[in-house]
Design a protein around this ligand. Structure first.
Ligand SMILES: Nc1ncnc2c1ncn2[C@@H]1O[C@H](COP(=O)(O)OP(=O)(O)OP(=O)(O)O)[C@@H](O)[C@H]1O
Ligand SMILES: [Mg+2]
Length: 225
């Protein structure tokens, strides 16, 4: 499903070269749940962005469903970003003046789906995360956990095969965060969505079927449970 083939990413900042990722090799099967842990600056977000087509590697290949992202046209790449992957962010990234339903429908604006169908799909996604009754609330009228559930519904609305969640519980208390993780795990199990979860929570890593430990742009350890 996902293959990284000697993927490196370097940034040039003035005279300094930052090796954010160094020759990463990784293969992830459909429906896997992979936890990524590592200190700040170890390359976790960079790896997620590259898998999600938000960023491109300096060298190496990213192969999704047998197709090389670096060979994809701009149109194929944006279709991949908008349709095949869903992103969940630590800071939710919701549009403050839109209500929950409109936020969830937003990614479909660039698709060919009719406006009515967009709202239907958004309503379904809100139902999946248990928030149908908050459809008309704006982000500032929702709790942190509810905001993140809206964020997850937005990631789900285009029915992606992959969800990339970058510290989705980083701004939540541990109990609320635990519920968000459970929700993501349920989506992984029930819908077979391949799930990448970046977290600082070593307890989650300890219980995950597969955990990658990153340091200085390298996967230094991998554990399967
Ligand atoms: N646009 C950029 N320009 C220059 N350097 C960058 C850029 N983005 C990331 N980096 C550097 O690349 C390295 C990896 O960054 P990355 O954001 O992937 O880390 P991370 O593991 O997600 O950290 P955190 O846990 O703090 O989110 C860091 O050293 C960072 O400073
Ligand atoms: Mg990060």
């Amino acid at each position: 499903m996902i293959r990284l083939d000697k993927v490196s990413k370097t940034y040039q900042v003035g005279d300094e070269t930052v090796h954010a990722l160094s020759t990463i090799d990784l293969a992830v099967a459909k429906g896997e749940f992979v936890v990524v842990v590592g200190p700040s600056g170890s390359g976790k977000s960079t790896m997620l962005h590259i898998i999600g087509g938000l960023d491109s590697p300096t060298s190496g290949r990213v192969i999704i469903d047998g197709r090389d992202l670096s060979q994809a046209s701009d149109r194929e790449l944006s279709r991949y970003r908008n349709g095949s992957v869903g992103f969940v962010f630590q800071t939710f990234n919701l549009h403050p003046t839109y209500n929950a339903l409109e936020n969830v429908a937003l990614p479909l604006i660039f698709s060919r789906v009719s406006p009515k169908r967009r709202l239907d799909l958004a309503r379904q996604a809100l139902e999946t995360v248990g928030l149908a009754q908050r459809a008309g609330h704006r982000p500032n009228q929702l709790s942190g956990g509810e905001r993140q559930r809206v964020g997850i519904a937005r990631a789900l609305v285009a029915q992606p095969k992959i969800i990339l969640a970058d510290e989705p519980t980083g701004n939540l208390d541990s109990k609320t965060g635990g519920r968000i993780i459970e929700l993501l795990l349920r989506l992984n199990r029930e819908k077979g969505i391949t799930l990448f979860l970046v977290t600082h929570d070593l307890d989650i890593a300890a219980h995950a079927p597969r955990a990658l430990f990153m340091r200085d742009g390298v996967i230094v350890e991998e554990r399967r449970g």
